[in-house]
Design a protein around this ligand. Structure first.
Ligand SMILES: CC(C)(COP(=O)(O)OP(=O)(O)OC[C@H]1O[C@@H](n2cnc3c(N)ncnc32)[C@H](O)[C@@H]1OP(=O)(O)O)[C@@H](O)C(=O)NCCC(=O)NCCS
Length: 194
């Protein structure tokens, strides 16, 4: 927190950007991508990203068929605290375009976090979503989150398959017959050591 002199507007310190979670990656097909925590400037890249996502993919991610995300929502999605809310983006190393986003939002008590992920429709099937989920899980473990969970449309077989591959258990969603719930029990490094 920043002390303010009399008469000045008090502003909280901006959340510190976890630069150390940035990595360069080569996909199995040889393409180069950068994975990094989202930052506020990514707001500009969002529209282009959404324009390249099919209505079906948007529905699977947002449980809504909206074509254009309201700008307030984009601001909210890109301005995060890197603690209770975390998001990673995959960026095309060649042109800086946004290719995929994984995210979690932790409950106030901090030990359960809800995840989501979306890969640009023309970049799917190349290992980007899987990689972003792996990084998100590692980050959640580092922040001592015990359980990661997410709601998935029952017709989203791709996400159900990928979740299983990542170790999530898939169960019935008792609150919504159109969905299933994917749950992953995480052990923090401290708890997993003998
Ligand atoms: C679901 C979604 C995120 C997957 O993203 P993607 O980038 O296409 O996924 P990937 O290419 O990384 O993974 C695809 C496949 O490779 C597998 N895979 C990828 N990398 C792997 C690895 N290193 N080891 C093992 N398996 C791997 C995945 O399990 C999956 O298996 P499949 O071919 O049998 O389906 C994408 O389809 C999407 O954005 N859908 C719309 C939004 C959505 O449904 N979001 C989920 C809401 S929570």
């Amino acid at each position: 927190m920043t002390d303010s002199a009399e008469g000045e507007t008090w502003l909280p310190d901006p959340p510190s950007y976890p630069q150390e979670w940035m990595s360069n990656n080569v996909l199995p097909n040889g393409k180069h991508i950068v994975v990094r925590p989202i930052h506020p400037e990514d707001e500009q890249l969002y529209k282009c990203f959404m324009d390249k996502c099919t209505a079906e993919d948007i529905r699977h991610r947002f449980f809504d068929s909206m074509r254009d995300l309201p700008s307030e929502l984009v601001t909210q999605l890109t301005h995060i605290d890197y603690l209770h809310i975390m998001a990673f983006v995959a960026v095309n190393d060649e042109n800086g375009e946004l290719l995929a986003i994984s995210r979690f939002v932790a409950a106030p008590e901090g030990n359960r976090a809800e995840f989501s992920v979306i890969t640009r429709s023309d970049w799917q099937g190349q290992g980007v979503g899987f990689l972003l989920m792996q990084v998100l899980i590692k980050y959640a473990q580092a922040k001592n989150i015990c359980v990661m969970w997410g709601q998935i449309n029952s017709d989203n077989s791709q996400m159900v398959r990928m979740s299983r591959e990542l170790g999530f258990q898939i169960t019935t969603d008792h609150s919504d017959p159109c969905c299933v719930v994917a749950t992953l029990q995480l052990l923090s490094p401290a708890k997993s050591s003998p």
